[in-house]
Ligand binder design. Structure first.
Ligand code: KG4
Ligand code: ZN
Length: 343
């Protein structure tokens, strides 16, 4: 059995996991920082980096202890090397390099987005390449054709905010705590999704790109008007995001004959989105795959798994692998006019 230790610290979750090449998760731990960032309504990079330094070494010891495995029995160390908040990215990457050097094990510098992109394969052994992936998280919203490990073709991206960012901003406008996605989903259950008229940016447009900035402004106006209940705004906002995602993904399906539709990343934890995309896949005769919620939001099992996939193909990295703030999965993906800095 090949064992890979995964380390993650690119945003506001410190995480460690030990995963085998045959899809067993021997142990894992995630420590979030939501409390530390809550007063600021978003992630503060300096606070995040310091918290990762405090937490990560203990998590490594804890995971190895729980799995009853020594570092000498691990076959490789996989650490997120970007993209993300650079101070945080460096914490897991340097820890990974230190372990790699000390234990004489190969290092795998994992792209966090590849972690999300391959995460469905950790729990769905029958999910083969290629598949059409909606990757939707706090910093990204992309449609990609996943052709193999390290082989991605980007079909679309957001021209402004990421979907998770839109959830977080809408939540802030509604006075809900960070992170906004789960808070909006919870409130939306009590609201009427058809009650507040909100736009569906880019719906119907030829290219399958996304846009969420206008939706956020409309939420701002709806809140300011005082005419609506918060739960109705939350439900209507969530419905608008889901409608946009379904329309844009449907458009991408027209230009991809990949047999499966997959959704991953933090926003994929949203039940309304999962249900709508499952229906879209069925209507289009595609297989549908989505990881469980805990594997959608940031975690290290997906990093260890991406490491196992790369190790299995002989893809390891040297100790001078750089930490990267930006690291697109498809380097050929052309920049989109008006695209935000988080592309
Ligand atoms: O993948 P992730 O954990 O971190 C990044 O790599 O960005 O995604 C975090 C994002 C946040 O914006 C959060 O509000 C959103 O995912 N999110 C959700 C839900 N759970 C997390 N959005 C909608 N519904 C949810 N249930
Ligand atoms: Zn993520």
């Amino acid at each position: 059995m090949t064992l890979v230790l995964g380390l993650e610290s690119s945003c506001d979750d410190s995480a460690v996991a030990l995963v085998s090449h045959d899809r067993q998760i021997l142990a894992q731990a995630v420590v979030g920082q939501a409390e530390a960032h809550r007063p600021f309504g978003g992630v503060v990079p300096e606070i995040a980096a310091r918290a990762h330094v405090d937490v990560l070494p203990g998590l490594i010891r804890q995971v190895l202890h729980e799995a009853d495995v020594t570092i000498g029995e691990v076959d490789a160390i996989a650490a997120t090397a970007g993209p993300g908040l650079i101070g945080g990215v460096m914490v897991a990457l340097l820890a990974g390099k230190g372990l790699s050097l000390a234990a004489g094990k190969p290092l795998i510098a994992v792209n966090h987005l590849e972690g999300h992109a391959l995460s469905p394969r950790l729990v769905d052994p029958n999910l083969d390449f290629p598949y059409l992936l909606l990757l939707t998280s706090g910093g990204h919203c992309q449609l990609l054709e996943v052709r193999g490990v390290g082989d991605y073709r980007r079909l679309a991206t957001t021209i402004d905010d990421a979907a998770g960012e839109a959830f977080d901003k809408a939540a802030k406008l509604l006075g809900l705590p960070y992170p906004g996605g789960p808070a909006i989903e919870e409130l939306a259950v009590k609201g009427d999704p058809g009650s507040v008229p909100l736009p569906r940016p880019l719906v119907g447009s030829a290219e399958p790109h996304f846009s969420f900035a206008g939706l956020k402004s409309a939420v701002q106006r709806a809140v300011a008007s005082g005419a609506h209940r918060s739960e109705d705004i939350a439900a209507s906002f969530q419905q608008a995001v889901v409608d946009c995602m379904v329309d844009r993904t449907a458009r991408a399906l027209e230009s991809s004959d990949a047999p499966a539709l997959v959704v991953a990343g933090g926003v994929a934890a949203n039940q309304a989105l999962r249900g709508a995309l499952a229906k879209l896949a069925a209507d289009n005769g595609r297989r549908f795959s989505v990881p469980p919620g805990w594997l959608c939001t940031d975690n290290a099992a997906m990093i260890a798994w991406a490491g196992a996939e790369r190790l299995g193909r002989g893809l390891t990295d040297s100790l001078d692998a750089p930490a990267r703030a930006r690291w697109p999965l498809d380097p050929a993906g052309e920049s989109v006019r008006g695209a935000g800095v988080k592309a």
